[in-house]
Ligand binder design. Structure first.
Ligand code: DLL
Length: 434
């Protein structure tokens, strides 16, 4: 779609670290005041901890603030965390948990403006340019993925093809007919789409795409490589969560493809030890805690995301000054305790995806039988694999035992295509029946 008029890129200039720090100081003070004055939940929480807004002079004081957990969203459902009058909320989103009520989030007009700008900035980091065409296959609706990406794509001055999730045959047709440069969707859907293309006799590498923007669920490095090879694209990681804004809290840059720049003028990141709550120094792995610095409708202080990662402050070759966080491969609540051995689903995934002959589709079923935990793994070989199921089982068993000290009760190798694919929404791989 060349040759058309393109608006100028509305990307804010890079701030120096010192300028960024000044901005964070100012914005934290404002955010704490706003939360204390307008949200009874925060007034009580701060009062209970003996902290008043006057104690917070800047980011260095953030450790004085208590943390917010997801239970606040459940207890204050639906709008108890809003800091503005109902008529100032112009959009609602919600994220459904596996249990209980959804977490409802609200946005003012200015919040939506800032969100679009932050997503535009994220897309710019991914190498998407004004004038490009982006097919957006994140779900539209209460989920923040669809509309969040949508507004950012438009803000950048790119063309959005608002497909939403599912309807894969049509996605493939539109990708070709619109000559889309980029596709935004979950990593599992990316692979599914590539498989569907092949089934239709189409080589997925012949699709016009050069970039895919993948996020909303964890993926491992081998899985990213698989996506890049299958579609002949660069796969860029986008991170975000509804409670803090939605997609675009942090974004990998195409230049380094190494860690995600956290847009620190808007979201302040910390890493804590999930067991003790203590703040950890840069480089150490723990739970990501985020504070909104510009959210008007719903300021959130020190939110425990449950996501496991680390922060690194080294200079990035792209020249962006914002700190980077590692790719999120696990969550504190993904921890599986199988017969007393602690293991993250992502660690199991990493091992399985690391075995060449195994397709990145698997499921883990956990059950309890006679007060003993059992773990059954189901995997698919790659279509091209010539290894026998017995050899595959042996390879998985040996690596799980060597590297994680776990031994599943069964490893079932099923025909390619047997494991149910997720066409809409986030992939679910662990089924805990206990
Ligand atoms: O998933 C927002 C989003 C939409 C992000 C589209 C990226 C793209 P929630 O439904 O509230 O919001 O889920 C947030 O998803 O706490 C992580 O556990 C996980 N997650 C999000 N992005 C990534 C990522 C959206 N890039 C939860 N890598 C977060 C790993 C991710 N996990």
């Amino acid at each position: 779609m060349g040759g058309r008029w393109v608006m100028t890129v509305p990307i804010a200039p890079e701030l120096s670290r010192a300028e960024l720090a000044d901005r964070q100081d100012e914005r934290l003070v404002e955010t704490v005041e706003r939360a204390y004055e307008n949200v009874p939940f925060y007034r009580e929480l701060l009062d209970d901890h003996g902290v008043s807004p006057g104690d917070i002079d800047g980011i260095d004081d953030i450790g004085k603030l208590p943390m917010t957990t997801k239970t606040a969203f459940r207890e204050e459902y639906p709008d108890g965390l809003f800091a503005v009058a109902d008529e100032d909320i112009i959009r609602i989103h919600a994220s459904s948990g596996t249990t209980g009520k959804p977490k409802v989030v609200g946005y003012t007009d200015d919040d939506l403006e800032r969100w679009a700008a932050v997503v535009a900035r994220s897309l710019d980091a991914a190498g998407v340019e004004p004038g490009d065409t982006v097919q957006n296959a994140y779900g539209y609706g209460l989920f923040t993925g669809g509309l969040g990406l949508h507004d950012g794509i438009e803000r950048l001055g790119a063309t959005v093809v608002p497909m939403g999730g599912g309807n894969t045959a049509r996605q493939l047709t539109m990708l070709q007919d619109m000559e889309s440069d980029a596709l935004s969707c979950t990593p599992s859907y990316c692979l599914y789409l590539a498989d569907c293309a092949e089934e239709q006799g189409l080589d997925p590498r012949d699709l016009p795409l050069s970039t895919v923007i993948i996020g909303a669920e964890p993926f491992t490095d081998p899985m990213r490589e698989e996506i890049e090879a299958a579609l002949d694209v660069t796969a860029i990681d986008i991170y975000g969560l509804s409670e803090i804004m939605g997609p675009g809290v942090a974004m990998e840059c195409a230049a380094a493809q190494d860690g995600l720049h956290v847009w620190e003028g808007h979201f302040y990141p910390e890493i804590i030890d999930p067991d003790t709550g203590e703040t950890l120094p840069p480089g150490e792995t723990g739970e990501l805690v985020l504070t909104t610095l510009t959210k008007e409708a719903q300021p959130i202080l020190r939110y425990r995301t449950g996501d496991i990662t680390h922060l690194y402050e080294d200079d990035c070759e792209c020249g962006r000054t914002a700190v980077r966080m590692g790719n999120v491969t696990g969550r504190t609540d993904d921890l599986l305790i199988v017969r007393g051995v602690n293991v993250y689903a992502s660690q199991i995934e990493e091992i399985m995806v690391g075995i060449d002959d195994i397709a990145p589709h698997y499921r883990i079923d956990l059950r309890r039988e006679d007060s003993l935990d059992t773990m059954d793994i189901t995997v698919e070989p790659h279509e091209r694999s010539e290894t026998t199921p017995a050899e595959l089982r042996a390879a998985i068993d040996e690596r799980l035992d060597d590297q994680l000290n776990v031994s599943p009760d069964s490893i079932d190798v099923v025909e390619p295509g047997t494991i149910e694919r997720t066409e809409v929404g986030k992939v679910k791989r662990v089924f805990d029946h206990r």
